[in-house]
Ligand binder design. Sequence first.
Ligand code: MLC
Ligand code: AMP
Length: 510
Amino acid sequence: MPEASLTGEVHERADGNVFSLFEAAAVANAERPFLVVPGGPLLTYGGMLAETARAAAWLRWLGVDRGDRVLVQVHKSPAAVVLYLACIRAGAAFVPLNTAYQAKELDYFVADSDPALIVASPGLSAEVVESDRPRIALRGDLEAAPWASAVDLLGTVAVAPSDCAAILYTSGTTGRSKGAVLTHGNLSSNVEVLGRAWRWQEDDVLLHALPIFHVHGLFVALHCALLHASPILFHERFEPAAVLRDLPAATVFMGVPTFYTRLLAEPALDVDVCRGVRLFVSGSAPLLDATFDEFAERTGHTILERYGMTEALMVTSNPYDGPRIAGSVGPPLSGISVRVVADGHPATANQPGVLEIKGPNLFSGYWRNPDKTAEDHTADGFFVSGDIATIDEAGFVRIVGRSKDLIISGGYNIYPKEVEMAVDALEGVAESAVIGIAHRDFGEGVVAVIVRAPGSDLRPEAVRSALATELAAFKRPKMVVIVDELPRNAMGKVQKAELRERYKDAFAAG
Ligand code: MLC
Ligand code: AMP
């Protein structure tokens, strides 16, 4: 807890910084491997402390002060991990962006986050996005890192737990992204709760194959390992064959459901390969019962499904001990409250309604957007998730739908409104409706239903290629359908449910 003075003011303390948790574990286990890549350990925990101190001092030297934003679009690499840790260690706010974003998508993030520094991997859009802010190129290996020759070191900066550690952008139903401000207190409390809930042990070895620009790879996977100074088998991207190669050396694996369906497609996935693993975690999108069952059959492991979101980090988890129920995301984690509200009233057991969340995990608000922050909170401080859920008599939550118009594809969120705006701006388009349809690989796949402008002969392939510079590849429609008109109700509102029904088998073959 922060120290309060007699005036009630909150003081900064070194242990208010989430990095202090990682530092304590690293100091006690300095010789232990931190990042392990094929060929052997790349960095020990002691090395991590030295590298992040050097990188933090380098950030200061570049003029990045406590509270400043560092906008980062970089490939996953050891240097990217060190950069992240150095930012929080220096008290700066880390603002990671999906590597798939195009330059046009980046303009908004640069303007909105008002960064003191932009860091870009060569070849990614952040390298070319227009900005008057200082910009640094980051290559993956540590020897070539821009701080490699820095001589100064910076220790962990004292911050208040309410200080911003990171801003993660999440799209909105209006098509405009909002930056969720996550505090040091949010990150500390969530990782401590997860460590206990999942019985994290010092001799755990994490196989890390998730991207590190989202909550799952960054704050769940990476933080759990850092809190316990556990070695990380570091994969720069998810490749099923590489995962199967390294799984025998791991004890914990985390993934989105697409990871599990792709692993199941590998004949080599069996009991033997998974023998050393004690925990498989799934989240970020619904895990199908069929995947849960097939994985149990093939490997003898019941996947532990948990539920979270950018604004609230991890919220619920199936139990480590006790039944892990397919289709359920488990009860709330310790210290976190959830409730379901149906038509403005508390729902009864198993009655669907909107899930609301409260606890130390909850973000402090949307960056420079108090109106949206207020809109998404109730008067008594619960965050309105936009997910439709039920809670049963035993307190187990099921996510049964969404009140927000959102598509989750391979664990990435896609807001139809944003895609519709990009499609509607194309020459030859009169209007469009974008929907998510069941997809065997990605869970949901994006379908754009388009009405052409009078006289236009626009073809589906032309729509896809025209979007290549407008939208990240994962947001682009996997299928484009041209129709004469969109179905509307009496109020003139497009009937997306009807379109979803009409095209429900769009990806049935693939
Ligand atoms: C890639 N593509 C996708 C896609 N990923 N399309 C839709 N949805 C996705 N998720 C595109 C590619 O750009 C390419 O397009 C085509 O699909 C085939 O790509 P691929 O080679 O099969 O994709 P790959 O690079 O292997 O990536 C797939 C993936 C990746 C599943 C490994 O999407 C991934 O790492 N997902 C994890 C997302 C994640 O970490 N979510 C956590 C959010 S946190 P084209 O046009 O070039 O053919 C959160 C909170 C919480 O939600 O609770 O955790
Ligand atoms: P994001 O904004 O990227 O953090 O995505 C958060 C959203 O992912 C949540 O609001 C849910 O809709 C969804 N989500 C996360 N975990 C699960 C899960 N286990 N089951 C179903 N949906 C999930």
